[in-house]
Design a binder for this molecule. Structure first.
Ligand code: SF4
Ligand code: MG
Length: 321
Protein backbone atom coordinates (compact mmCIF):
# COMPACT_ATOMS: atom_id res chain seq x y z
CA UNK A 1 0.00 0.00 0.00
CA UNK A 2 0.95 3.67 -0.37
CA UNK A 3 3.16 4.89 2.51
CA UNK A 4 2.43 8.20 4.17
CA UNK A 5 5.98 8.48 5.49
CA UNK A 6 9.07 6.61 4.44
CA UNK A 7 12.38 7.17 6.25
CA UNK A 8 15.47 5.58 4.75
CA UNK A 9 18.97 5.33 6.20
CA UNK A 10 18.49 8.51 8.25
CA UNK A 11 21.60 9.79 10.00
CA UNK A 12 21.49 12.83 12.27
CA UNK A 13 24.72 13.82 14.00
CA UNK A 14 25.52 16.54 16.51
CA UNK A 15 28.88 18.27 16.29
CA UNK A 16 29.70 19.19 19.89
CA UNK A 17 32.87 20.65 21.35
CA UNK A 18 33.72 17.24 22.73
CA UNK A 19 33.18 15.33 19.53
CA UNK A 20 30.57 13.95 17.18
CA UNK A 21 27.37 12.42 18.59
CA UNK A 22 25.76 9.98 16.12
CA UNK A 23 22.28 10.52 17.61
CA UNK A 24 20.60 8.64 14.76
CA UNK A 25 22.71 6.28 12.79
CA UNK A 26 21.00 4.67 9.84
CA UNK A 27 17.33 4.49 10.81
CA UNK A 28 14.66 3.06 8.47
CA UNK A 29 10.91 2.94 8.99
CA UNK A 30 7.57 3.58 7.26
CA UNK A 31 4.19 4.83 8.42
CA UNK A 32 1.03 3.83 6.60
CA UNK A 33 -1.98 6.15 6.33
CA UNK A 34 -4.12 5.83 9.48
CA UNK A 35 -1.52 3.78 11.32
CA UNK A 36 -0.06 4.40 14.78
CA UNK A 37 3.64 3.61 15.01
CA UNK A 38 5.31 3.42 18.41
CA UNK A 39 8.97 4.36 18.82
CA UNK A 40 10.31 2.97 22.09
CA UNK A 41 13.61 3.24 23.88
CA UNK A 42 15.38 4.75 26.86
CA UNK A 43 16.09 8.45 26.98
CA UNK A 44 18.95 9.31 24.63
CA UNK A 45 18.21 6.47 22.18
CA UNK A 46 17.38 8.92 19.40
CA UNK A 47 13.60 8.61 19.39
CA UNK A 48 12.91 12.34 19.82
CA UNK A 49 15.71 13.28 17.42
CA UNK A 50 14.05 11.01 14.86
CA UNK A 51 10.80 12.96 14.97
CA UNK A 52 12.56 16.33 15.03
CA UNK A 53 14.57 15.23 11.97
CA UNK A 54 11.40 14.31 10.07
CA UNK A 55 9.96 17.75 10.92
CA UNK A 56 13.31 19.32 10.06
CA UNK A 57 13.50 20.97 13.46
CA UNK A 58 17.03 19.85 14.34
CA UNK A 59 18.95 22.90 15.60
CA UNK A 60 21.70 23.59 13.10
CA UNK A 61 24.43 23.85 14.29
CA UNK A 62 25.23 21.67 16.23
CA UNK A 63 22.85 19.21 14.57
CA UNK A 64 23.03 18.05 10.98
CA UNK A 65 21.15 15.50 8.95
CA UNK A 66 24.08 13.67 7.42
CA UNK A 67 22.41 11.24 5.15
CA UNK A 68 19.19 9.52 4.25
CA UNK A 69 15.86 10.18 2.65
CA UNK A 70 12.52 11.27 4.11
CA UNK A 71 9.52 10.98 1.80
CA UNK A 72 6.28 12.35 3.25
CA UNK A 73 3.09 12.19 1.20
CA UNK A 74 5.13 12.08 -2.00
CA UNK A 75 7.39 15.01 -1.00
CA UNK A 76 11.14 14.71 -0.56
CA UNK A 77 11.47 16.57 2.75
CA UNK A 78 15.24 16.82 2.88
CA UNK A 79 15.18 18.73 -0.41
CA UNK A 80 12.15 20.91 0.28
CA UNK A 81 12.72 24.70 0.53
CA UNK A 82 12.37 25.99 4.11
CA UNK A 83 9.19 28.03 3.39
CA UNK A 84 7.41 24.96 2.00
CA UNK A 85 8.59 22.95 4.97
CA UNK A 86 7.17 25.59 7.30
CA UNK A 87 3.78 25.34 5.59
CA UNK A 88 3.87 21.59 5.94
CA UNK A 89 4.54 21.78 9.69
CA UNK A 90 1.36 22.70 11.45
CA UNK A 91 -0.69 21.89 8.37
CA UNK A 92 0.10 18.34 7.39
CA UNK A 93 2.20 17.28 10.36
CA UNK A 94 1.95 18.52 13.91
CA UNK A 95 3.26 17.64 17.31
CA UNK A 96 2.25 17.27 20.95
CA UNK A 97 4.76 17.23 23.79
CA UNK A 98 5.11 15.91 27.28
CA UNK A 99 4.50 19.13 29.19
CA UNK A 100 1.71 21.21 27.68
CA UNK A 101 2.32 24.14 30.06
CA UNK A 102 5.53 24.93 28.18
CA UNK A 103 3.83 24.90 24.79
CA UNK A 104 0.64 26.75 25.74
CA UNK A 105 0.94 30.49 26.09
CA UNK A 106 -0.11 31.42 29.65
CA UNK A 107 -1.41 34.89 28.73
CA UNK A 108 -3.91 33.76 26.10
CA UNK A 109 -7.14 31.86 26.62
CA UNK A 110 -7.47 28.31 25.40
CA UNK A 111 -9.85 29.55 22.72
CA UNK A 112 -7.43 32.24 21.50
CA UNK A 113 -4.70 29.66 21.03
CA UNK A 114 -6.82 27.20 19.09
CA UNK A 115 -8.53 29.85 16.95
CA UNK A 116 -5.12 31.35 16.18
CA UNK A 117 -4.03 28.01 14.70
CA UNK A 118 -7.29 27.63 12.78
CA UNK A 119 -7.20 31.16 11.34
CA UNK A 120 -3.56 30.77 10.37
CA UNK A 121 -3.86 27.40 8.71
CA UNK A 122 -7.38 27.38 7.35
CA UNK A 123 -7.99 31.04 6.60
CA UNK A 124 -11.28 31.09 8.51
CA UNK A 125 -12.81 34.22 10.03
CA UNK A 126 -12.98 34.73 13.78
CA UNK A 127 -16.55 33.52 14.28
CA UNK A 128 -16.02 30.33 12.27
CA UNK A 129 -12.73 29.71 14.07
CA UNK A 130 -14.35 30.03 17.52
CA UNK A 131 -17.09 27.63 16.48
CA UNK A 132 -14.51 25.14 15.29
CA UNK A 133 -12.41 25.59 18.47
CA UNK A 134 -15.45 24.67 20.57
CA UNK A 135 -16.06 21.63 18.37
CA UNK A 136 -12.42 20.57 18.77
CA UNK A 137 -12.59 20.95 22.58
CA UNK A 138 -15.71 18.84 22.60
CA UNK A 139 -14.07 16.25 20.32
CA UNK A 140 -11.16 15.84 22.75
CA UNK A 141 -13.56 15.32 25.62
CA UNK A 142 -13.42 18.65 27.43
CA UNK A 143 -16.68 19.18 29.33
CA UNK A 144 -18.53 22.52 28.88
CA UNK A 145 -16.37 23.56 25.92
CA UNK A 146 -18.32 26.83 25.46
CA UNK A 147 -17.14 27.87 28.91
CA UNK A 148 -13.63 26.37 28.79
CA UNK A 149 -12.84 28.18 25.57
CA UNK A 150 -12.56 31.44 27.57
CA UNK A 151 -10.31 30.03 30.30
CA UNK A 152 -6.55 30.33 30.66
CA UNK A 153 -4.17 27.33 30.70
CA UNK A 154 -3.50 27.63 34.47
CA UNK A 155 -7.23 27.20 35.15
CA UNK A 156 -7.10 23.68 33.69
CA UNK A 157 -5.75 20.44 35.16
CA UNK A 158 -2.72 18.73 33.58
CA UNK A 159 -4.94 16.21 31.80
CA UNK A 160 -7.22 18.96 30.43
CA UNK A 161 -4.21 20.94 29.22
CA UNK A 162 -2.95 17.90 27.36
CA UNK A 163 -6.40 17.58 25.75
CA UNK A 164 -6.18 21.23 24.68
CA UNK A 165 -2.76 20.55 23.15
CA UNK A 166 -4.21 17.64 21.24
CA UNK A 167 -7.09 19.83 20.05
CA UNK A 168 -4.59 22.45 18.87
CA UNK A 169 -2.42 19.89 17.12
CA UNK A 170 -5.46 18.45 15.35
CA UNK A 171 -7.10 21.76 14.47
CA UNK A 172 -5.19 21.85 11.18
CA UNK A 173 -6.37 18.31 10.40
CA UNK A 174 -2.82 16.93 9.96
CA UNK A 175 -2.04 13.72 8.14
CA UNK A 176 0.62 12.87 10.70
CA UNK A 177 0.73 13.63 14.42
CA UNK A 178 3.89 13.22 16.50
CA UNK A 179 3.20 12.56 20.18
CA UNK A 180 6.43 12.71 22.19
CA UNK A 181 5.89 11.19 25.65
CA UNK A 182 2.39 12.72 25.68
CA UNK A 183 1.35 11.11 28.96
CA UNK A 184 4.60 10.91 30.92
CA UNK A 185 3.83 13.95 33.11
CA UNK A 186 0.33 12.72 33.95
CA UNK A 187 -0.88 10.34 36.63
CA UNK A 188 -1.82 6.81 35.64
CA UNK A 189 -5.61 7.28 35.40
CA UNK A 190 -5.31 10.41 33.27
CA UNK A 191 -2.64 8.69 31.14
CA UNK A 192 -5.09 5.94 30.30
CA UNK A 193 -7.77 8.51 29.38
CA UNK A 194 -5.42 10.42 27.07
CA UNK A 195 -4.30 7.21 25.34
CA UNK A 196 -7.93 6.19 24.93
CA UNK A 197 -8.62 9.60 23.41
CA UNK A 198 -5.75 9.25 20.95
CA UNK A 199 -7.09 5.87 19.85
CA UNK A 200 -10.55 7.32 19.35
CA UNK A 201 -9.24 10.26 17.33
CA UNK A 202 -7.18 7.98 15.14
CA UNK A 203 -10.29 6.00 14.29
CA UNK A 204 -12.51 9.07 13.79
CA UNK A 205 -10.10 11.31 11.91
CA UNK A 206 -7.83 8.73 10.26
CA UNK A 207 -4.72 10.62 11.41
CA UNK A 208 -1.46 8.65 11.37
CA UNK A 209 0.35 8.90 14.69
CA UNK A 210 3.95 8.41 15.75
CA UNK A 211 3.91 7.80 19.48
CA UNK A 212 7.28 8.22 21.16
CA UNK A 213 7.76 6.75 24.62
CA UNK A 214 10.22 5.05 26.98
CA UNK A 215 7.40 2.92 28.37
CA UNK A 216 6.44 -0.29 26.54
CA UNK A 217 3.34 -0.42 28.73
CA UNK A 218 2.00 2.70 26.98
CA UNK A 219 2.67 1.10 23.59
CA UNK A 220 0.79 -2.13 24.26
CA UNK A 221 -2.67 -0.60 24.20
CA UNK A 222 -2.17 2.17 21.73
CA UNK A 223 -0.13 1.37 18.64
CA UNK A 224 -0.28 -0.95 15.62
CA UNK A 225 3.42 -1.40 15.11
CA UNK A 226 6.54 -0.77 17.20
CA UNK A 227 10.14 0.05 16.51
CA UNK A 228 12.58 -0.38 19.37
CA UNK A 229 15.58 1.96 19.28
CA UNK A 230 18.88 1.62 21.07
CA UNK A 231 21.76 4.10 20.87
CA UNK A 232 20.62 5.64 17.60
CA UNK A 233 19.70 2.43 15.79
CA UNK A 234 16.56 0.35 15.31
CA UNK A 235 17.12 -3.03 16.97
CA UNK A 236 13.69 -4.61 16.51
CA UNK A 237 10.48 -3.87 14.63
CA UNK A 238 7.21 -5.77 14.85
CA UNK A 239 3.43 -5.54 14.87
CA UNK A 240 2.61 -4.77 18.52
CA UNK A 241 0.86 -8.11 19.13
CA UNK A 242 3.86 -10.07 17.84
CA UNK A 243 6.26 -8.06 19.96
CA UNK A 244 4.35 -8.85 23.13
CA UNK A 245 3.93 -12.49 22.12
CA UNK A 246 7.53 -13.11 21.12
CA UNK A 247 10.14 -10.37 21.31
CA UNK A 248 13.53 -11.33 19.96
CA UNK A 249 16.11 -8.71 20.92
CA UNK A 250 17.76 -8.90 24.37
CA UNK A 251 17.22 -5.14 24.77
CA UNK A 252 13.48 -5.51 24.11
CA UNK A 253 13.53 -8.27 26.72
CA UNK A 254 15.01 -5.78 29.19
CA UNK A 255 12.34 -3.18 28.36
CA UNK A 256 9.61 -5.80 28.80
CA UNK A 257 10.94 -6.70 32.22
CA UNK A 258 11.01 -3.08 33.29
CA UNK A 259 7.35 -2.34 32.54
CA UNK A 260 6.07 -1.10 35.90
CA UNK A 261 3.83 -3.68 37.47
CA UNK A 262 0.17 -2.78 37.96
CA UNK A 263 0.36 -4.45 41.34
CA UNK A 264 1.51 -1.49 43.40
CA UNK A 265 2.80 -3.65 46.21
CA UNK A 266 5.57 -4.81 43.94
CA UNK A 267 8.42 -2.60 42.94
CA UNK A 268 9.54 -2.37 39.35
CA UNK A 269 10.33 -5.91 38.26
CA UNK A 270 13.76 -5.47 36.82
CA UNK A 271 15.56 -2.75 35.08
CA UNK A 272 18.19 -3.23 32.45
CA UNK A 273 21.65 -3.52 33.91
CA UNK A 274 24.31 -1.04 32.97
CA UNK A 275 23.65 2.37 31.49
CA UNK A 276 23.12 3.89 28.08
CA UNK A 277 26.44 4.22 26.27
CA UNK A 278 28.36 7.47 26.14
CA UNK A 279 27.21 8.95 22.82
CA UNK A 280 30.71 10.31 22.19
CA UNK A 281 32.18 6.85 22.48
CA UNK A 282 29.70 4.33 21.12
CA UNK A 283 30.52 0.64 21.63
CA UNK A 284 31.79 -1.18 18.53
CA UNK A 285 29.73 -3.82 16.77
CA UNK A 286 26.34 -4.21 18.45
CA UNK A 287 25.96 -1.09 20.59
CA UNK A 288 24.09 -3.08 23.23
CA UNK A 289 26.97 -5.50 23.78
CA UNK A 290 28.33 -4.02 27.06
CA UNK A 291 24.90 -4.59 28.66
CA UNK A 292 23.84 -7.76 26.93
CA UNK A 293 23.58 -10.99 28.94
CA UNK A 294 24.06 -13.02 25.72
CA UNK A 295 27.09 -11.19 24.32
CA UNK A 296 29.42 -13.21 22.06
CA UNK A 297 32.79 -12.28 20.55
CA UNK A 298 31.24 -11.52 17.18
CA UNK A 299 28.89 -8.94 18.80
CA UNK A 300 31.83 -6.72 19.71
CA UNK A 301 33.19 -6.63 16.19
CA UNK A 302 30.37 -6.77 13.68
CA UNK A 303 27.22 -4.67 13.49
CA UNK A 304 24.15 -6.92 13.22
CA UNK A 305 21.75 -5.77 10.48
CA UNK A 306 17.94 -5.95 10.67
CA UNK A 307 16.67 -9.25 9.29
CA UNK A 308 13.06 -10.30 8.88
CA UNK A 309 12.23 -13.35 11.01
CA UNK A 310 8.48 -13.51 10.37
CA UNK A 311 6.11 -11.26 8.47
CA UNK A 312 6.85 -7.66 9.51
CA UNK A 313 9.02 -8.77 12.44
CA UNK A 314 12.66 -7.82 12.07
CA UNK A 315 15.57 -7.94 14.51
CA UNK A 316 19.22 -6.90 14.50
CA UNK A 317 21.00 -9.38 16.77
CA UNK A 318 23.60 -12.10 16.23
CA UNK A 319 21.56 -14.52 18.33
CA UNK A 320 18.98 -14.55 15.53
CA UNK A 321 20.93 -13.65 12.40
FE1 SF4 B 1 23.43 -9.19 22.54
FE2 SF4 B 1 25.05 -9.83 20.58
FE3 SF4 B 1 22.46 -9.65 20.12
FE4 SF4 B 1 23.90 -7.48 20.56
S1 SF4 B 1 24.10 -8.86 18.83
S2 SF4 B 1 21.95 -7.95 21.44
S3 SF4 B 1 25.36 -8.21 22.07
S4 SF4 B 1 23.50 -11.12 21.46
MG1 MG C 1 12.76 12.62 24.28
Amino acid sequence: SEKLLSVKNLKTYFYTEDGVVPAIDGVNFDVEPGETLGIVGESGCGKSVTSLSVMRLIPKPPGKIEDGEIIFDGKDLLNLPEDEMRKLRGNEMSMIFQEPMTSLNPVYTVGDQITEAIKLHQGKNHKEAVKQAIEMLSLVGIPLPEKRVDEYPHQLSGGMRQRVMIAMALSCNPKLLFADEPTTALDVTIQAQILELMKKLKTELGTSIILITHDLGVIAETVDRVIVMYAGRVVEEAPVKDLFKKHLHPYTEGLMNSIPSLDERKERLDSIEGSVPNPLDMPSGCRFHPRCPHVMDKCKEEIPQLEEKSKGHTVACWLHN
